[in-house]
Ligand binder design. Structure first.
Ligand code: MN
Length: 295
């Protein structure tokens, strides 16, 4: 066990106070157990808790990066309590928590909950003039409303595009209307088939320097990540995603990221662990390869 691990700490990675303080940590994990619009598999409200529990078993040493990213400090903030029946008020709370993390000098890492929480997280960066959102998701999430709601998991990217440019990576499920909207808006969409055929050949050079990354876990194939609200076949493999993330992060400035839509399945811990490890891997990749990495 690493000397910075304190079993039972109850925070992300189970870190001792020396490496999880709110002041000096490189990352701030913000759990948001919000779920109001699940349309298929319910349970994303239990996602953040499951990720944090699983994270205690993640090895802190990353052999690929040859370092322990946790040495840079990972704070875990208190859960953002959703406001029942009021998505706007809930998103305002998420925005506030993310701003607090940024003010402390940390990179915010939001744990969903349903994908709607990312809208609040990204709003916290309103003062970032040229921010670009990179969305990894099986779904286009471009509906203007879904089931009568404008703040639905199915509308995430549509709400983002109202204020920010974005790209959607790993998509393999969308309506004709969403397809036509994407074309008319010039939204860059990189389909899952394209990635599976030739991941290294996918052009990512169009992505500007300042980015926010939203990771809907259903971008992964259900064989790797079965515990999501809306699983879709034909998704990315673990290494597909890790390599794409490395290419997206390299040389860019990552203001924050989120990991959403984990719907834990009782008796199947592997997907919860996969989510926790993906988050830790993303942290390490930011430290090592981002423009302001310093790793
Ligand atoms: Mn999705």
């Amino acid at each position: 066990m690493s000397d910075i691990e304190c079993p039972g700490a109850g925070n992300f990675l189970g870190l001792c106070a020396s490496h999880s303080s709110p002041g000096g940590s490189r990352f701030s994990v913000i759990p948001v157990p919000y779920e109001a619009t699940s349309t298929y598999v319910a349970g994303s409200r239990r996602g953040p808790r499951a990720i944090i529990e699983a994270s205690a078993a993640v090895e802190l040493y990353d052999h690929d990066l040859d370092m322990e990213p946790a040495r840079e400090g990972v704070h875990t903030a208190p859960e953002v309590e959703p406001v029942s029946g009021d998505p706007e008020a809930t998103l305002a709370r998420v925005e506030g928590a993310v701003k607090e993390a940024v003010a402390s000098g940390a990179v915010p890492v939001v744990l969903g909950g349903e994908h709607t929480v990312s809208v609040g997280a990204i709003r916290a960066f309103a003062s970032e003039e040229d921010l670009f959102v990179v969305s990894f998701d099986a779904h286009a999430d471009l509906r203007d409303s879904y089931g009568g709601r404008r703040f639905s998991h199915a509308c995430f990217l549509r709400r983002i595009l109202e204020t920010r440019p974005a790209a959607a990576i790993g998509v393999r499920s969308l309506s004709r209307e969403e397809h036509d909207f994407a074309v008319s808006e010039g939204l860059k969409m990189i389909y899952a088939e394209r990635i599976r055929a030739d991941a290294a050949g996918v052009d990512l050079d169009f992505i500007p320097r300042n980015i926010y990354i939203s990771l809907d876990l259903d971008v992964l194939d259900p064989s790797v990540m079965p515990s999501t609200g809306t699983p879709e076949p034909g998704g990315l493999g673990w290494y597909d995603l890790i390599h794409l993330l490395k290419r997206v992060i390299s040389g860019r400035r990552v203001v924050g990221f989120d990991v959403v839509e984990l719907c834990p399945q009782p008796g199947n811990a592997a997907p919860d662990f996969t989510a926790a490890k993906l988050i830790y891997k993303t942290m390490g990749t930011i430290i090592r390869y981002s423009a302001d990495g310093g790793g």
